[in-house]
Design a protein around this ligand. Structure first.
Ligand code: PMP
Length: 445
């Protein structure tokens, strides 16, 4: 039920709030205003029920309106609303960190908390630079990302990210940054499920950069095990393992950005487990609180953590952190969220559902303009050919049509429709998502 005390009308002023990525311009023409959410559905301000095919924005893995999380946040707000996160602490922060570390691959035992995926990426990159300096290898200052990567919008994440439109207005960004090429190649992998069977050899490009710059100048490589925001691009089979071998050989740190893949999206707590590759750091956000409170963090390997925890105090302090690191409300939300993931076995559920989900999504392959479908975990990218207005126009038309005409929430990346429902999605609801998506694809043909 909607709480009538909430403001439910269309606001008079749709410009005061500058929406992220300047979404206002299109939004004003047909506002999509949300007022409530429960389980698999959003409810609009005019009372329509929208099937959530996007877990909000890859966040709400346990579905919406979870009473346990809401109650935990409310209890925490009454008991202790805010506490300074350094020099002082709250028990919940330590408990949540160890619960997350328990879920992570062995050896990643420490968590640095922040408030978003962007902050997590910047924190991980700064940790890499600081660690090398402490280690007497202060020349290791180069950072390597990938084309078609998204690591948030901080200066670090933007620099190692590989989306031209996110970069081009912001000057030189960080210097000393290189990019590996994207692994996506439609000709070689179209309509493949899970990890593409080709492309592991693209990791060898890192050797080329090592030869070009000298290993002793490179601090870290950051990759998403599955690039979500740029169109659902799973790393090829063997690619991450090969990156690990090369980074290890040359003393370069390997960072997995698991802001999307963390907390069950690929059927495991972290994709690192699915792929059997142990990185030096893992960034996370989104699913850690089921989207109910802003929180991000970096899981850090013992050797890196220990380098800061030994030696003369002032010499090795990490001068980095946020007022809202481990915010009490976010910690409360996080602990309640992890309880739900565990009690409802949602990661295992996602793993079990993956084959059916993939088959269901692949059934869309004969719809008009579908040029590729990529699936992994509870995630599908359905790529449409661009229309005559140029790249992204058909994709955005699909998002609008899905919401306004078919009561379905999806995400789009260019002309790729991303379907990434909460992990509680039922078989029937998977069918419903496919049915609605088929109608949308025909509507924008
Ligand atoms: N990294 C990845 C892989 C992401 O997908 C995102 C957001 N979609 C971010 C970082 C940035 O997270 P945030 O928007 O919370 O800053």
């Amino acid at each position: 039920m909607l709480d009538k005390s909430l403001a439910l009308n269309v606001p008079n002023d749709l410009a005061a709030f500058w929406m992220p990525f300047t979404a206002n311009r299109a939004f004003k023409k047909a506002p999509r205003l949300l007022a409530g959410a429960k389980d698999m559905h959003y409810i609009t301000t005019d009372g329509r029920k929208i099937l959530d095919g996007a877990a909000g924005m890859w966040c709400c893995n346990a579905g919406h309106g979870r009473a346990e999380i809401a109650a935990a946040i409310a209890r925490q707000a009454e008991a202790l609303d805010f506490a300074p996160p350094f020099q002082f602490g709250i028990p919940q922060a330590f408990e949540l960190a160890s619960r997350i570390a328990e879920l992570a691959p062995e050896g990643l035992d420490h968590v640095f908390f922040c408030n978003s995926g962007s902050e997590a990426a910047d924190t991980a990159l700064k940790l890499a630079l600081a660690y090398h300096q402490l280690n007497g290898q202060g020349n290791r200052i180069r950072l390597i990302g990938r084309e078609r990567a998204y690591h948030g919008v901080g200066f670090g994440g933007t620099s190692v990210g590989g989306i031209v439109s996110n970069r081009k207005m912001f000057g030189a960004l960080l210097t000393g940054v290189d990019h590996l090429q994207s692994t996506y190649n439609r000709d070689k992998q179209a309509f493949s499920k899970g990890e593409p069977q080709w492309g592991a050899e693209l990791a060898d490009e890192l050797e080329r950069l090592v030869n070009l710059h000298g290993a002793q100048t490179i601090a870290a490589v950051i990759v998403e095990p599955m690039a979500g925001s740029t169109g659902v691009l799973p790393a090829p089979k063997g690619y991450l393992k090969r990156l690990r071998e090369i980074t290890q050989k040359h003393g370069i740190l390997l960072i997995f950005d698991e802001v999307i893949t963390g907390f069950g999206r690929l059927g495991y707590a972290f994709a690192a487990e699915r792929y059997g590759v142990l990185p030096d750091m893992i960034t996370f956000a989104k699913g850690v609180t089921n989207g109910a409170a802003p929180m991000g963090g970096v899981l850090v390997r013992d050797t890196i953590h220990d380098a800061f925890m030994t030696g003369p105090a002032n010499a090795v302090e990490l001068f980095h952190g946020y007022t809202y690191s481990a915010h009490p409300l976010a910690c409360a939300a996080g602990l309640a969220t992890l309880d739900i993931y565990r009690d409802e076995k949602l990661f295992e559920r996602a793993r079990g559902l993956e084959p059916k989900f993939a088959d269901a999504m692949m059934s869309l392959r004969d719809e008009p303009n579908v040029v590729d479908i990529r699936t992994v975990g509870i995630t599908a990218g359905i790529e449409l050919a661009p229309n005559e207005n140029g790249p992204g126009d058909r994709g955005f038309a699909a998002l609008r049509s899905a919401f306004h005409d078919y009561d379905l929430m999806m995400r789009v990346a260019g002309d790729t429709l991303a379907l990434t429902p909460p992990l509680i999605v039922s078989d029937d609801q998977v069918g419903e998502i496919v049915e609605k998506t088929a109608k949308v694809i025909r509507a924008v043909a």
